[in-house]
Design a protein around this ligand. Structure first.
Ligand SMILES: [Zn+2]
Length: 358
């Protein structure tokens, strides 16, 4: 009798966990990628930044960022693992080392009738955003990536990149004479390049914003934040009752760390924090949104060596001017966030995100 009763309890527990798992699939996913954001940078945020968001996020994991061909990944292979669930060689975007073309999470979200958005502080043709919008053998093919973006069907796209979308005569760098800004408008996109309006975008239809030639101004040198763009993206995408996928990249932490420039780096981290804040605010209210914040790899491997008692300013030492294979942190909030703890391969994180968006 006791045995029977025990079996019944086990059955109920198993059933509950199965049903809860199903019920807890998020309607929306917001993936925030800090390019080059290693654990030291997260530490710096927690120790010294008034708008730190990491302490608000309950689930923490670590990611092994290695590429298919190298211990130390670049942004192309790193973003491909996250956007497709497969590791590839450094330099390649959306394509396996053997040449097989991969399907990315934006395509899968669109197939499932969800809205999609990509926001970056680099050109939207740069490696990380490109891995969510295109497939190319070499990340250097930014003119081809722009051409593929025309057919991506993404609903909200904001960053920089007029160099790659406009012909030389109009201030771009395209030598084929094509004006892809006009092509995007012809596809129904509302286009904006006026940076003075970038903090208050309220998109009514598909939106395309380019606020720089190949990069946005540095985080502390512009009138709008990555948080503003994130808020505008969420405002448009959340109109879809079937849900959305949004990827937001703080692209320039990597560039700042490459230069070993601490002030630039910390300004970029503060800017990225403003985007995390918008994502968390929405997710807390919505209760049906998974937010995952992670780095694609560490850059610079900085060490925090001391702190000024009065100003709180941190002193750092650098180990390198390039990427490292150090694990990066992964911080998640919302339904299914419990799947993003422990030590995981970057490609497994991509696979899980894709499974959840289906
Ligand atoms: Zn990167």
């Amino acid at each position: 009798m006791i045995k029977k009763y025990f079996s019944f309890i086990v059955f109920i527990l198993l059933s509950t966990s199965v049903f809860c798992g199903t019920a807890q699939r998020p309607k929306n996913i917001i993936l925030l990628i800090g390019d080059g954001m290693g654990i030291p940078l997260v530490t710096a945020s927690v120790l010294s930044m008034s708008n730190d968001q990491f302490k608000k996020i309950p689930t923490v994991g670590l990611i092994n960022t290695t590429a298919a061909d190298k211990l130390v990944t670049d942004s192309a292979a790193g973003a491909t693992a996250l956007s497709t669930g497969y590791k590839t060689n450094n330099g390649m975007i959306g394509i396996c080392p053997d040449g097989k073309i991969l399907t990315n999470i934006v395509e899968i979200a669109i197939k499932n009738k969800k809205s999609t958005g990509i926001v970056a502080t680099s050109s939207v043709t740069n490696a990380t955003p490109a891995a969510f919008l295109s497939k190319v053998e070499s990340r250097k093919s930014e003119f081809d990536i722009a051409a593929q973006i025309l057919n991506s069907k993404v609903d909200f796209l904001a960053g920089a990149g007029t160099d790659f979308f406009l012909p030389k005569e109009l201030g771009g760098k395209r030598e084929d004479g094509k004006n892809y800004v006009d092509s995007m408008k012809a596809k129904g996109y509302e286009y904006l390049s006026d940076t003075s309006k970038a903090s208050t975008i309220i998109a009514q239809k598909k939106f395309f914003g380019l606020f720089g030639r190949s990069a946005l101004s540095q985080g502390n040198q512009r009138s709008f934040t990555l948080g503003h763009l994130t808020k505008s993206a969420i405002q448009l995408l959340s109109k879809n009752r079937k849900g959305f996928f949004l990827m937001v990249e703080g692209s320039q932490m990597d560039w700042a760390a490459d230069k070993n420039e601490k002030d630039y780096l910390f300004a970029e981290q503060r800017d990225f924090n403003s985007a995390i804040e918008e994502a968390l605010n929405f997710a807390k209210k919505d209760k049906n949104t998974l937010v995952v914040v992670l780095g694609d790899h560490d850059t610079g491997s900085l060490g925090i060596s001391s702190q000024d008692k009065e100003t709180g300013e941190l002193d750092v030492v650098w180990a390198t001017r390039y990427h490292t294979a150090n694990f990066v942190g992964m911080f998640s909030f919302g339904p299914s966030s419990n799947q993003f703890g422990g030590i995981q391969e970057n490609s497994d994180v991509g696979k899980k995100l894709i499974r959840l968006i289906k």
